[in-house]
Write a protein that binds this ligand. Structure first.
Ligand code: 13P
Length: 287
């Protein structure tokens, strides 16, 4: 059964480790992440962007697929199904479809509007026992065609949003989605520290988990980050494994064309990436 992310993140914050959110894009991706979480006895959050939601034939299809896998694969570790960077309408649609967690990304609205919309969604999520993530200070890079500059959040605005009763808070600390440019200034631990001081026990979320050096990840966890999002790294691993398979001409061997064989190396590569991240984040054995 899908669970809200609240309990796993409260435990992570108290235990000074982070739960990974791994974004899913298809069936193979989802299965690889769930099998790895179960093998490592780690809690996990499956992230779904609105674009991936459309690609996978809508939120109801995804809920059906994930619930089916939990049963068929005998997954017993805590699993949350979470909307990533949701719009207000997207969050409502996911709540309706059976997601156990949503993110409302109101960071591009003026703070008053972010507060108003987050407040409404907090009320609905609380009634249904669904966890909710809010964002302050936009995360840089490109996410579903939306390019942000990577700001540092205002700690007072973070407190304002945290006080609305959200489950977890994503605060921009110079992190960006996708690969980091050569001249990236690194995470602003000063901002993170100030946000953590203002928001106390609130689990903080680090987006853009791809390519952040291990020491920075560990420092961020020590300063209150208890959820880390990873997407691009799984995509790159999948792409590289598939490319090698095609270049070796293996897709042309045998009779006919078998999509299951073509996707298998990518699925294995995702397992390896997820394992590496769970070990780095310290969530292994914490289910
Ligand atoms: P990356 O694609 O940089 O791993 O970021 C993922 C993310 O933050 C999803 O919200």
């Amino acid at each position: 059964m899908l669970v809200s992310a609240k309990e796993m993140l409260t435990k992570a914050k108290a235990g000074k480790y982070a739960v990974g959110q791994f974004n899913i894009n298809n069936l193979e991706w989802t299965k690889s992440i769930l099998l790895t979480a179960q093998e490592l006895n780690s809690p996990v959050i499956l992230g779904v962007s609105e674009g991936a939601g459309k690609y996978m034939c809508g939120y109801k299809t995804i809920v059906g697929m994930v619930n089916g896998m939990l049963e068929e694969l005998n997954i017993t570790v805590p699993v949350a199904l979470h909307l990533d960077h949701g719009s207000y309408d997207g969050a409502l649609a996911c709540i309706e479809a059976g997601f156990s967690s949503v993110m409302f990304d109101g960071s591009h609205y003026p703070i008053d509007e972010n507060v108003a919309k987050t407040t409404e969604l907090v009320k609905i999520c609380n009634e249904k026992g669904i966890s909710i993530e809010a964002e302050v200070g936009s995360i840089g890079g490109e996410e579903d065609g939306v390019v942000g500059a990577g700001e540092c959040a205002d700690p007072d605005e973070c407190k304002m949003i945290a006080d609305l009763g959200v489950t977890m808070l994503a605060a921009g600390i110079g992190n960006i989605h996708g690969k980091y440019p050569e001249n990236w200034a690194g995470l602003s631990f000063e901002t993170l520290d100030a946000v953590q001081q203002k928001t106390g026990d609130m689990p903080l979320v680090l987006h853009g988990g791809t390519g952040i050096p291990a020491d920075m990840i560990q420092k961020a966890i020590s300063l209150g980050v208890s959820k880390i999002n990873v997407n691009t790294e799984c995509q790159l691993a999948f792409q590289e494994a598939t490319r090698k398979y095609i270049e070796a001409g293996k897709d042309l061997e045998g009779k006919g064309f078998d999509p299951r064989k073509l996707l298998a190396p990518g699925a294995e590569a995702i397992k390896a990436t997820v394992k590496e991240k769970m070990e780095l984040f310290g969530s292994v054995g914490k289910a």
